[in-house]
Design a protein around this ligand. Structure first.
Ligand code: WTA
Length: 646
């Protein structure tokens, strides 16, 4: 066994596996997945144990994914109840508030059990039952975890909407899954400012879902508008119910949650994850990849509004009986040392964040890092986008002091858990590479025609066979699930990412090959931004592409054609940027808007985004063949407009 050590040189636990064990386990996991997962599925407590482990097909005319299909369990009981006997008094959640002046909370497994049970009873009293949908629109407060687990306890399906999304985006999601209840808070403090969350909910529900009930957590006591008869205070309702709520027996394949995510076309789709396979996969990856051991203080800085928060703040860690840190704030408030102050304060052992945060903090110099004692750290993680070697090195040297393994974890909302990643104790680090597949994961690189490429090569990344954490369907639209992920390359799960494999067999993700852009680690469909733009009265047509951005990874670059007679002014440009911000949310605010008298189109009317991407990148030499354009002169015009912008 390889021994890990932290910066203080203290003796730390053995890694779970070594290179020999990885090879052996990986081989079994892909050659005999039923035996492998049959064994590892036992890490959960089952009410009725499964006998069928894997029943999956990627065949285009018969896509169907089922794991542990005849087993029953309850996810909340696995994350809470089963720990009570052995660790009832251990801290389950450390909550660190937005302001360091407010006190942090330590919530024990016992306390978590009581809060989750009460929340479950409150939801029941509001009419929520097995299979009903509940939308959660909360800041990063403990009630977010209580809500998720309360739904799981009674078999309701939660759908979290990131608290940064606009009322319109929220309304679309409440409608999309036909939610019975929305759980929200009065105001959401973040970075010293408060968002009026409840007001956003009121606005969202105004349209055609105004009978949806709302459970409101009092976070700040700020002013809100109340809908009599429909709105309920969490603290008042909690006082009326018992702290005893027996967990519902659920089938392994019953949906646990829906999470809306952006794709290359149309509106966001509801990714559906189910109970048994998802939880087993989240828990196992959490333990092995983050080298999780008893007594560790594990911190993932994501938001529960994204899949990372689901799998690696709540479900994975709590299934493992871990202590998980939940942070309400932002890395730069009150100053750029906040992350490191929190690491020191809570003696964090594993720290998991996004490259965009690392790059932003890198820009502030090493002063803020050196101000804190980081000797408790044993492992660092990265997720959301490719980490550039410069940021990797900075993270390694200044945060990890050269002694912490770094796991660059590649995965997606759809995959439920991490698929490609270094493993501590196993993998030789390679800055910028996600390296090797986790157990049971079979990555392949295909050419455009769908041929599998071997050896060192580059192409699109697909996965050949199912793993337990995989999404099962798109909510209410199985045909869309099949056409999005299984149509382009028949027999494979298509990830939407480009990828290179080097001579050592290590994988390097090169970014999306579809019309999805990755802004500060957040996925955005260019189609969503385009439809927001054309919804403005002055806009006739819009095309949106990503372009390289120093901090955000990718920025949002919009080409806008105005209606005849509308004057292209700087004021209008600002108005349009703010318009998109209100339509979707602050993360979707365009970075650049370029006026485009015309857009490059093929004779059949298809916009040639390849050309628009090159112009946005200021890369005019490799525009490729423009002769198929209906009107090649628009390209010249766009290039000269681009020059005027720069
Ligand atoms: C990108 C986030 C390179 C990728 C968990 C993927 C990454 C998309 C990495 C999914 C990584 C995520 N290296 N690229 N380590 N992690 N991505 O659904 O393009 O929000 O397809 O899930 O993020 O984003 P999502």
């Amino acid at each position: 066994m390889v021994q890990s050590s932290n910066a203080a040189g203290a003796k730390t636990p053995d890694f779970h596996i070594d290179p020999e064990a990885y090879d052996r386990m990986y081989a079994q996991s892909v050659n005999d997945p039923a035996t492998f997962w049959g064994e590892h599925g036992k890490r959960l407590d089952w009410i009725k144990p499964y006998t069928r482990v894997k029943n999956t097909s990627f065949a285009y005319d018969d896509v169907s994914i089922k794991w542990f299909e005849d087993g029953t369990l309850n996810v909340a009981a696995n994350c809470v109840d089963r720990h009570l006997a052995t660790r009832g008094d251990q801290t389950a959640i450390i909550w660190e508030p937005d302001s360091p002046d407010e006190e942090a909370l330590h919530i024990s497994y016992k306390e978590l059990h009581s809060q989750v049970s009460k929340m479950a009873n409150v939801l029941k009293s509001m009419g929520v039952g097995k299979g009903d949908r509940v939308v959660i629109y909360l800041p990063m407060i403990p009630e977010a975890a209580y809500s998720m687990l309360a739904c799981a306890r009674i078999g309701a399906i939660h759908s979290i909407v990131f608290a940064g999304f606009s009322p319109d985006a929220l309304g679309a999601r409440v409608n999309g899954c036909d939610a019975k209840v929305v759980i929200t808070a009065d105001h959401a403090p973040r970075g010293g400012r408060a968002t009026k969350l409840k007001d956003n909910v009121n606005q969202a529900l105004l349209h055609d879902v105004d009978d949806v009930k709302c459970l409101v957590v009092k976070r700040t006591g700020g002013q809100i508008a109340w809908r009599e008869g429909l709105d309920f205070w969490w603290h008042e309702e909690a006082a009326k119910v018992s702290a005893d709520c027996p967990p519902e027996e659920m089938n392994a394949e019953d949906p646990l949650f829906i999470l809306y995510t952006s794709g290359s076309t149309g509106q966001p789709k509801g990714v559906v994850h189910t109970s048994g396979g998802y939880l087993a996969y989240a828990a196992m990856t959490h333990e092995y990849i983050f080298d999780y051991h008893e007594g560790d203080i594990y911190w993932c800085t994501a938001d529960v509004g994204w899949v990372t928060g689901h799998s690696y703040i709540v479900y994975g860690p709590l299934a493992n009986g871990a202590t998980t840190v939940m942070f309400e704030g932002v890395p730069t408030y009150p100053d750029a040392g906040r992350f490191w102050q929190v690491c020191e304060k809570h003696k964090v052992t594993q720290f998991y964040t996004a490259p965009t945060a690392i790059r932003a903090l890198m820009g502030k110099g090493i002063g803020p890092v050196e101000g804190s004692d980081l000797s408790s750290l044993r492992l660092l993680g990265s997720v959301g986008e490719p980490i550039n070697p410069e940021a990797w090195n900075w993270y390694n040297e200044n945060v990890g002091k050269g002694k912490c393994p770094i796991v660059d974890t590649w995965w997606q909302t759809e995959t439920g858990g991490i698929l490609i990643t270094p493993l501590p104790g196993v993998t030789k680090p390679k800055p910028g590479s996600a390296t090797k597949p986790f157990f049971g994961v079979t990555p392949v690189i295909l050419d455009d025609q769908g041929n599998e490429l071997s050896g060192a090569t580059e192409g699109v990344l697909c996965i050949k066979d199912s793993w337990p954490g995989q999404m099962r369907t798109v909510w209410g639209d199985h045909a869309r699930f099949v056409s999005t992920y299984f149509e382009m390359f028949k027999g494979y799960y298509f990830t939407g990412d480009g990828c290179r494999r080097d001579e050592d067999g290590d994988y390097w993700i090169t970014g999306r090959v579809d019309d999805v852009i990755n802004v500060s680690g957040h996925r955005m469909g260019t189609a969503e931004v385009e439809s927001a733009l054309v919804a403005h009265a002055t806009v006739s047509e819009a095309a949106v592409v990503g372009y390289p951005h120093d901090i955000k990874g990718q920025g949002i670059y919009c080409y806008v054609t105005l209606m005849d007679g509308v004057e292209a002014t700087d004021e209008l440009r600002t108005e349009l940027a703010n318009w998109v911000r209100t339509e979707i949310g602050p993360i979707a605010k365009p970075d650049v808007i370029q006026w485009a008298p015309g857009l490059p189109k093929t004779r059949s009317g298809k916009i040639m985004r390849r050309i628009l991407r090159k112009i946005a990148e200021n890369d005019y030499d490799s525009l490729g063949d423009t002769s198929t354009l209906a009107d090649p002169s628009v390209v010249e015009e766009l290039i000269s407009n681009r020059a005027a912008l720069a």
